[in-house]
Design a protein around this ligand. Structure first.
Ligand SMILES: Cc1cc2nc3c(=O)[nH]c(=O)nc-3n(C[C@H](O)[C@H](O)[C@H](O)COP(=O)(O)OP(=O)(O)OC[C@H]3O[C@@H](n4cnc5c(N)ncnc54)[C@H](O)[C@@H]3O)c2cc1C
Length: 399
């Protein structure tokens, strides 16, 4: 039986991790990406224990580390206010900081070793073509022209605000819009020794949360500033940005950042969303990653969950190809069924976190004091997410 042609929309982490597993198992894949390259800034960069073993077994993590695009052993630390370090019931969180462009470029390079892989840049999926109920093609725009892309199975990994979701009129069962986040990036090439080695999250009460960390692979400091109201206005009002941001920073960073708040500073506003499709598939088409369930940056989970989605999807899709059965509704339902409980729990946790950071600072202090007392007598057993193993792992090797 001939193998199905899989079309993946979006060359983000969900799309490229899926592509890698399918392609290395001999399944033909065509990826459509709207951007001209894989460069992207202001995205999830911290990989946690829920995906690191899987990326290790695929050989991706060692190659990323070798190339300087992954920094293992990075701790995420939580603070109430500027100085008081607090512990969450799950204990210390250690992960690896990665460069998303580095990860995506490596996956593209590894996939490109196979003749049955194709990635089309500057190609935007506009709408789905249906024959009866089934999606059989996509209308895409490329080089200013519209054309059709045919395939047997379509996997939509095009992230938040997925237009295919809207095009198909899919229902959402959750749609929350917490405060927006202003992402800032500063060049620290002349002061790399000042860059933090940890990812530090500071909660200042009434919705103000400030996160700082160094970008993997480049000497840059990233700061995420979340607060109620129009944080986007702060991009244009640099005195106001200085007034609000600088007092929140540790002393070692404050002056260095103050000297860099000018028109060389890079910034982006993230309209934070937490949403989820009611059903992640229609005949012929499956949604994964942020396209199926957009995550807030709270807890830094979106990247990890998108990768876990793709590992599970590849397991079931390759099972079907090997069994010679179609990749259709029952396969999609198994993928969604395996992923849904973790996604629902993670989104519920993010909503709780957003509510908690809206309390006044003194209430946050009290909550963590009480939590500390309880944790002295009672160990909280927060079950880790179930292991996600790439069952058809083909280990990547440098050529
Ligand atoms: C500013 C910002 C900061 C973030 N910070 C964190 C963080 O600290 N920690 C964390 O874990 N997560 C964070 N996230 C979330 C994390 O980056 C995402 O959850 C993760 O990237 C989701 O992966 P994905 O592959 O599903 O989607 P994406 O990474 O969004 O990739 C989607 C891809 O599809 C392409 N695309 C979109 N539409 C089309 C179309 N119509 N046709 C063709 N291609 C299309 C896009 O160009 C993109 O390459 C952040 C996200 C943003 C935007």
């Amino acid at each position: 039986m001939s193998k199905p042609q899989i079309v993946i929309v979006g060359a983000g982490p969900a799309g490229m991790v899926l592509a890698y597993q399918l392609v290395t198992n001999g399944v033909p894949v065509r990826v459509l990406e709207q951007h001209p390259d894989l460069e992207r800034e202001f995205r999830g960069e911290l990989l946690g224990p829920s995906v690191l073993p899987a990326l290790d077994s695929l050989g991706i993590l060692p190659m990323l580390t070798e190339r300087g695009f992954a920094r293992p052993g990075v701790e995420r630390r939580m603070f109430v206010g500027a100085k008081r370090r607090v512990t969450l019931p799950g204990g210390a969180e250690l992960g690896a900081q990665i460069s998303q462009p580095g990860l995506l470029a490596l996956l593209h390079e590894l996939c490109s070793r196979h003749p049955h892989y194709q990635l089309d840049f500057k190609t935007t999926a506009l709408s789905a073509v249906r024959e009866g109920e089934r999606v059989t093609a996509l209308v895409v725009r490329r080089e200013g022209r519209e054309e059709r892309v045919e395939g047997d199975v379509f996997v939509v990994c095009n992230g938040r605000n997925s237009r295919l979701r809207k095009d198909l009129g899919l229902d959402v069962e959750l749609s929350e819009k917490p405060d927006s986040t202003l992402w800032l990036r500063f060049d620290f090439a002349d002061a790399p020794e000042a860059l933090p080695r940890t990812v530090d999250v500071h909660m200042f009460g009434k919705g103000v949360v400030v996160v700082h960390f160094a970008t993997a692979g480049k000497p840059r400091l990233q700061i995420a500033y979340s607060a109620p109201g129009d944080v986007g206005a702060l991009r244009k009002d640099l005195p106001a940005l200085r007034e609000r941001l600088l007092p929140t920073l540790p002393e070692g960073l404050r002056e260095l950042v103050a000297a860099r708040i000018d028109d060389r500073m890079e910034s982006q506003v993230l309209a934070v969303a937490i949403d989820r499709l009611k059903t992640w598939h229609v005949p012929g088409m499956l949604f994964l990653g942020d396209a199926a369930h957009t995550m807030s940056p709270a807890g830094g989970q979106g990247l990890n969950l998108a990768i876990r989605d793709s590992i599970v999807a590849a397991n079931h899709m390759i099972d079907a190809v090997r069994a010679g059965t179609p990749i259709d509704a029952p396969v999609f339902a198994r993928i969604e069924g395996e992923r849904r409980p973790e996604i629902e729990a993670a989104q519920a946790g993010q909503l709780r976190a957003h509510r908690m950071v809206h309390k006044p600072l003194f209430v946050e202090h009290m909550m963590f004091t009480m939590l500390g007392v309880v944790m002295r007598f009672k160990t909280f057993a927060i079950p880790p997410p179930p292991p996600v193993e790439p069952r058809h792992a083909v280990r990547a090797t440098p050529q």
